[in-house]
Design a protein around this ligand. Structure first.
Ligand SMILES: Nc1ncnc2c1[nH]c(=O)n2[C@H]1C[C@H](O)[C@@H](COP(=O)(O)OP(=O)(O)OP(=O)(O)O)O1
Length: 226
């Protein structure tokens, strides 16, 4: 897979907060509707880039507070795995550290980037999420973690501008050229499913001896966190 070679990577975090309701009520997961930026118009966990000087654990807690308004005690925060996202013809991979929490403190609130909402486990909006989520999220919810996944994405064919057919104005019989141009943004808004990327391939490993801590540039696990 020549076009998926990694030269460098960015470290990101992704946090899933779960409310285990007990036997009678339904288990719930907190997702956020991303209002802007990378992955806009998709539901996702909370997270973002790890800042210089931060560990992934610290960055994940910070992003959860910024995006959902809640805090989690370090001891209630569990590493669920690493997902390495690679994009065709893009040498920068996204090494995403995934965490889960069953307890939290504070009031959940919306921010300018994310709109949080609880979903029952059997009502998760997978058709409005990144395509890889339906592969690993059920594993996380069933306690089949830690996992390590490599997900390969191809950019959808959006670079070329798409002309919409001219419209005939029947009242005047005039041929009005309303041809418009579809941009990546309008495509994403109209068809939120998987955003402007399509998943091309994936490899998922679990039952690892430890939780992956870092991924080497050749895509293999560099070290474990125990
Ligand atoms: N494919 C896929 N599946 C599931 N989750 C993700 C992906 N790709 C991703 O990037 N993500 C997650 C990982 C992060 O939680 C976010 C992306 O973070 P981003 O919004 O770019 O980071 P911030 O630091 O918040 O960004 P700005 O504040 O700088 O806009 O999506």
């Amino acid at each position: 897979m020549e076009s998926f070679t990694i030269a460098s990577k960015k470290v990101l975090t992704l946090v899933l907060v779960i409310d285990k309701a007990g036997q009678k009520a339904r288990n719930l997961i907190l997702l956020g509707y991303k209002k802007r930026g990378f992955g806009a118009h998709l539901w996702n966990g909370f997270g973002g880039k790890v800042e210089p000087g931060e560990t992934a654990h610290e960055g994940a807690l910070r992003e959860l507070e910024e995006e959902a308004g809640i805090t989690v005690k370090s001891e209630d925060f569990k590493k669920a795995g690493i997902l390495l996202f690679q994009f065709e013809n893009d040498p920068v991979a996204l090494e995403t550290h995934v965490y889960k929490a069953y307890e939290y403190q504070g009031q959940i609130r919306e921010c300018e980037e994310m709109r949080p909402e609880w979903f029952a486990f059997d009502d998760i909006p997978y058709d409005q999420m990144w395509e890889d989520d339906r592969i690993w999220l059920p594993m996380l919810l069933n306690g089949q973690d830690p996992f390590f996944g490599r997900m390969y994405f191809k950019r959808k064919a959006l670079e070329k501008e798409t002309k919409v057919a001219p419209v005939v104005n029947t009242s005047t019989s005039a041929h009005v050229n309303h041809s418009t141009t579809m941009t990546a943004t309008s495509f994403t808004t109209a068809q939120p499913k998987s955003g402007p990327f399509a998943m091309y391939d994936h490899h998922l490993e679990h039952s690892l001896q430890g939780v992956p801590h870092e991924v080497a540039l050749d895509g293999t696990i560099a070290s474990f966190e125990n």
